[in-house]
Ligand binder design. Structure first.
Ligand code: SF4
Length: 694
């Protein structure tokens, strides 16, 4: 028994793990954080939490934290600890030197979905206002960038349509490519409660995830599709709805572009899109697919929740648009209980996208080519903004290998471990002449860095995170930054070392600037968040209390847009050498590449990544339960232990990506979404063979 004593004080803040955005009371004795208690007034979690937010905060004080800046001339040299002034001057001189020699577009930034809105806003401002280019991208590139594209094209804005409360009014829940039990546990509990009350469930996933069959919950339909065939399944559902006359014609006539609908209806009605025609391709029994489509269209309020199993494909954006099409076809957008809801993996994916981290968009999803939008920021920042969209992360790496991209400031993101095709990422980083890593730990990317700037944890900063339901939650400082600075302060110091004169003294001033330049945030301030607790954007004159449900009377785009979704097979093909398909996911106790959770007690629950393989495939390869296996693809190979399970179908294998020892991304390919370059993590042709271990 550990005696914690009565806490002397507490601070309300927001979990820094997943996109549910649970509120916590951080309880302290003196300066020591003794407990994280789920906050009962938190609107996203209502007093609930999972094992990550509740217990996995110890990384903030872990001995691996780097608290002093470090520099080195070359990546082969040992690190040299220096004072902040010297590190910032070194970094600024290098970056300016590269621009003088190779042009202003030769350097760029990567923002982090782990950091606050205010920090993310400042990093893209550093690119646009100090580097004078649009080379800014976010780690959302590798997860939900297709959501940005797909929901932008169909509904007019890149965001989930509902609040979490909405699920309580849902009659039919469709989960596509998401595993909420592990990825979004607190929301999963609410979802399961609704299912126990009688709502029906359809799960579209290659793997039999926990929610397909768990305590008192059983999906009406599990469509175990072959990885890579999402578009064919979603289009076949639309085929059933249109050809059987199950669409909501009144809604479509009133709310959507009718000509586009007619064109789309003609497309999906073709026999080649019927469930029977795509059964061999998708491996989903036609009868099940047909019945699932009927249930979604006729079962009352239908709500779709989706995750990275939708977006991380070569047709990720197409599937997002296909999902939006389904919702518009059935009139399931614009009221409680319905909608299209991306389940965001990281705490601030929504916010990092909102804040203009993409190379083509300024804050509020406004294209950088629009002169009137640029004028707003030019006036606020006193600079001329480059009208040309910048480079995405994969383009930065390609350009680095080609010799035209030379310098990178990377905040709170370990691209070497989390981006696909590790060898290519390493080659890109190695080719750069100045890599600045700003992070808590000496991560894998830092192996190729020239400057290391210590970061601050979520417990050490003021700011806001925006969760998957567009809810802007306050992050409050629980302890002073161990390194001396909050992350936004470090970005400001770097900007000023490069010649800017920023004078923010508190994160609230950055939010004031966001509100002044971004219409969907114009009603947001730290004072109003103090008063209301949290608020969902848009929050402005039209919606002073925020917006729980979007697109109520009309879509942000005016009319809803149906987009034709033609299925195109990925270029990643199985064959005699690589006959199995690998897909990846997460587990409840761990988080992404594990940089935080592996440095907490949570590691006892999942000390290594495991490969799931169907018993039939295992037997053919002489693999037994617990054996070490070699997992090889066209990109590379790794070694991990196997477990035999029928959660995956024959021909499909599955693993998590939480441990650097596994380096799952050594085997993933560099294929990516056609519209956004989001990597195709979810489909890799592989072979398995017995191994003696790593
Ligand atoms: Fe809540 Fe997600 Fe944090 Fe768990 S990880 S406590 S579900 S925000």
């Amino acid at each position: 028994v550990i005696e914690l004593g009565t806490p002397e004080r507490s601070v309300i803040t927001t979990c820094a793990y997943c996109g549910v955005g649970c509120s916590f009371k951080a309880e302290l004795n003196g300066d020591q954080l003794v407990r994280m208690v789920p906050y009962k007034h938190g609107k996203a979690n209502r007093g609930h939490s999972c094992v990550k937010g509740r217990f996995a905060y110890g990384y903030a004080n872990h001995k691996d934290r780097i608290l002093k800046p470090m520099i080195r001339e070359n990546i082969e040299d040992p690190w040299r600890e220096v004072e902040w002034d010297e590190a910032l001057k070194f970094a600024a001189d290098r970056m300016k030197g590269l621009q003088d020699k190779h042009g202003r577009r030769s350097i760029g930034v990567i923002t982090s979905s782990r950091c606050t809105n205010e920090e993310t806003y400042l990093v893209q401002k550093l690119a646009r206002g100090v580097f004078l280019n649009n080379n800014t991208d976010t780690c959302a590139r590798v997860c939900h960038s297709p959501t940005g594209y797909g929901l932008g094209k169909t509904f007019g804005t890149s965001a989930g349509t509902q609040d979490f409360d909405s699920v309580e009014k849902t009659d039919v829940v469709v989960i596509i490519g998401a595993n909420p039990t592990d990825g979004h546990p607190v929301f999963a509990s609410r979802l399961k409660k609704r299912l126990r009350q009688g709502a029906k469930l359809i799960v579209v996933d290659p793997r039999r995830t926990d929610i397909v069959r768990s305590a008192h919950v059983e999906a009406a339909h599990h469509l175990p599709l072959r990885p890579g065939t999402n578009v064919a399944v979603v289009t076949a559902m639309a085929h059933v709805i249109v050809t059987e006359g199950l669409m909501d014609e009144g809604y479509i006539r009133e709310r959507c572009d009718w000509d586009e609908f007619q064109h789309y209806a003609e497309f999906v009605s073709q026999d080649r899109h019927s469930p029977e025609a795509v059964e061999a391709l998708t491996q989903v029994p036609a009868k099940d697919l047909r019945e699932a489509a009927r249930l979604y269209a006729t079962g009352g309020n239908g709500a779709i929740y989706y995750g990275l199993g939708v977006t991380e494909h070569s047709q990720g954006s197409t599937t997002v648009m296909g999902i939006a099409n389904l919702a518009m076809l059935t009139g399931n957008v614009g009221r409680e209980g319905v909608g299209v809801n991306p389940l965001r993996g990281q705490n601030n994916v929504q916010g990092s996208c909102d804040m203009g981290s993409f190379p083509h968009e300024l804050p509020g999803y406004r294209h950088v080519k629009l002169p009137d939008v640029r004028a707003i920021f030019e006036k606020a920042w006193g600079v001329e903004i480059d009208p040309e969209p910048g480079l995405r992360i994969p383009n930065m790496l390609d350009a680095a290998v080609e010799g035209t991209f030379k310098g990178l400031y990377c905040q709170g993101e370990d691209i070497l471990q989390s981006d696909p095709d590790t060898h290519h990422v390493a080659a890109g980083l190695k080719a750069m002449e100045c890599v600045i890593v700003h992070d808590l730990f000496l991560n894998e990317t830092a192996n190729y860095a020239h400057v290391f700037l210590p970061g601050s944890s979520f417990l050490e900063k003021e700011g806001t995170f925006t969760n998957a339901e567009r809810r802007i939650n306050r992050v409050r400082k629980v302890m002073a930054p161990l390194n001396g600075y909050e992350d936004w302060e470090v970005t400001q110091l770097l900007a000023n070392a490069m010649g800017a004169s920023w004078h923010y003294t508190h994160a609230s001033q950055i939010m004031d600037e966001i509100a002044a330049t971004t219409p969907s945030f114009s009603g947001v301030s730290f004072d109003m968040l103090e008063e209301k607790g949290s608020v969902q954007w848009p929050c402005n004159e039209d919606a002073p209390d925020g917006t729980p449900t979007m697109h109520v009377d009309h879509f942000v785009s005016g009319k809803g847009h149906f987009i034709v979704t033609e299925y195109l097979a990925t270029d990643e093909r199985t064959g005699p050498r690589f006959p199995l398909l690998l897909t990846t996911g997460r587990i409840l106790s761990q988080y992404n590449v594990g940089a935080q959770t592996r440095r907490t007690e949570n590691v006892i629950w999942h000390p290594e990544d495991i490969l799931e393989i169907h018993p039939h495939d295992a037997e053919q390869r002489g693999v037994n339960e617990g054996d070490w296996v070699r997992l090889a693809s066209r990109s590379g190979e790794t070694t991990l232990r196997a477990t035999l399970t029928d959660r995956v179908a024959p021909g499909v294998v599955y693993t998590t990506f939480h441990h650097p020892a596994t380096q799952a991304n050594v085997v993933t390919t560099d294929f990516s979404d056609w519209a956004t370059n989001c990597p195709e993590y979810k489909v890799t042709a592989v072979q398995i063979s017995p191994s003696n271990g790593p």
